[in-house]
Design a protein around this ligand. Structure first.
Ligand SMILES: *Cc1c(COP(=O)(O)O)cnc(C)c1O
Length: 402
């Protein structure tokens, strides 16, 4: 037998390069529930790393809904939606989200990622134009690439620049799509919807907003940025996720009835990937009930956010606003710039009992590495105080703050 050369050997070189650069990581493994205080890799930590804004991952009503649906309907849907995998629970969830958002119709995808990628690639083609914020989420960027439309990137939140780009293609044939995140996931700032909607309307462009980090966080009862800005009826495509504040898994797209039916017929993840298990649909239905009936979670989330942001700023960390956008939401980045220093800081706070994940290139631009923190409704003030104490102590020891 001849010795076989591993054709994937070049990947080991890539991994070694990351190790040398200091941005190699191992996955941290959660031993128990996704909660404000939990255990990763056997260590008890105050968890500032999840997107579990409202603590719904462990809410009793959601747990019960998942268990009841599993008992009644089993564990899987057995097919893609268009073949035999549309269960009554899937339809119920879509109707519920549509009513909650005040739109005609809704389609649920397996994830927020597939919702974005599947939608953009379904409605546009190679003769069309996409005008996209430079910090839009990877799933939007992939959707844009899959569509083969021409992509014009505008400076972050600069709606005048977006308008210039719309103007530059106004006389060319082809559809135009203007697209932004509602809340930007790495910096926590809010997309300038009023300015962007006005620009889209001026040029007859389709307006699309991805509210992954705003659903359950901004707007009345967590209806998102469209509600926050009062832009009802002016955003053609609203995307959201069921994986963050909603606590489970999934993505959804809201809009007119014809548009949603079109996605039923043409969105590739909808057509070619199996639908959610009944437990997930039932969980998300219960989550919308909780948003409508239990305002205390959002109130506590924002009270915790105000407290934590203020104290973190007082410690002297760069929490955005200088050469990076200023956060306006529970996402608060601790920006260190250097990838290696960021990973070392993340490791050091972990050893002292605080989970804050280091995020470097390519998730954020080169030189903008950070530990991203997200507080949740279920952190107590004493837990947040303890976390701040650790961040301050480690930050001083490492010479990151004085
Ligand atoms: C997290 C995120 C997504 C993806 O949502 P999933 O449900 O986790 O796939 C999409 N867009 C933005 C802006 C996000 O932050």
């Amino acid at each position: 037998m001849t010795t076989r050369i591993n054709p994937l050997g070049f990947l080991s070189d890539e991994m070694n390069a990351l190790k040398e650069k200091g941005t190699y990581f191992k996955l941290r493994v959660l031993d128990d529930e996704q909660a404000a205080v939990c255990h990763f890799d056997g260590r008890k930590v105050i968890n500032l790393a999840s997107n579990n804004y409202l603590g719904l991952t462990t809410h009793p009503r959601l747990r019960e809904a998942a268990l009841a649906a599993t008992k009644k309907y089993g564990v899987g849907s057995g097919a893609v939606r268009t073949i035999a995998g549309t269960m009554r629970l899937h339809m119920e969830l879509e109707e519920k989200i549509a009513r909650f958002k005040g739109v005609e119709a809704c389609v649920v995808f397996q994830s927020g990622f597939t919702a974005n990628a599947g939608t953009v690639s379904a409605i546009l083609g190679k003769d069309d134009y996409i005008i996209s914020d430079e910090l839009n989420h990877a799933s939007i960027i992939d959707g844009c690439r899959l569509s083969r439309a021409k992509i014009l990137v505008f400076r972050h939140k600069d709606f005048a620049h977006a308008e210039e780009q719309l103007a530059s293609v106004a006389n060319l044939p082809g559809k135009k799509l203007l697209i932004t995140d509602g809340v930007f996931s790495m910096d926590g700032d809010i997309g300038p919807l009023p300015g962007l909607c006005a620009a889209a309307e001026k040029y007859g462009a389709i307006m699309m907003v991805d509210d992954a980090h705003s659903s359950g966080v901004l707007g009345r009862q967590g209806r998102g940025t469209i509600d926050h800005f009062g832009m009802h009826g002016r955003v053609d495509i609203q995307v959201g996720t069921l994986s963050k504040a909603i606590g489970a898994l999934g993505g959804y797209v809201c809009g007119t009835k014809d548009f949603i039916e079109y996605l039923y017929h043409r969105a590739r993840p909808f057509l070619f990937s199996t639908s959610h298990p009944p437990s997930v649909a039932a969980t998300c239905i219960a989550a919308i009930d909780v948003l409508e009936q239990e305002p205390q979670w959002m109130e506590q989330l924002w009270a915790n956010t105000r407290f934590f942001k203020k104290e973190l700023g007082l410690l002297g960390f760069n929490i955005g606003g200088v050469n990076t956008p200023a956060s306006e939401t529970p996402i608060t980045p601790i920006i260190l710039g250097d990838g290696r220093a960021t990973m070392e800081f993340s490791k050091a706070i972990f050893e002292q009992g605080v989970m804050g994940t280091g995020i470097a290139f390519p998730t954020v631009p080169e030189g903008k590495a950070r530990v991203r923190t997200i507080v949740t409704a279920t952190h107590t003030e004493s837990e947040l105080t303890e976390a701040l104490e650790v961040l301050g102590r480690v930050g001083k020891k490492m010479g990151l703050i004085s």
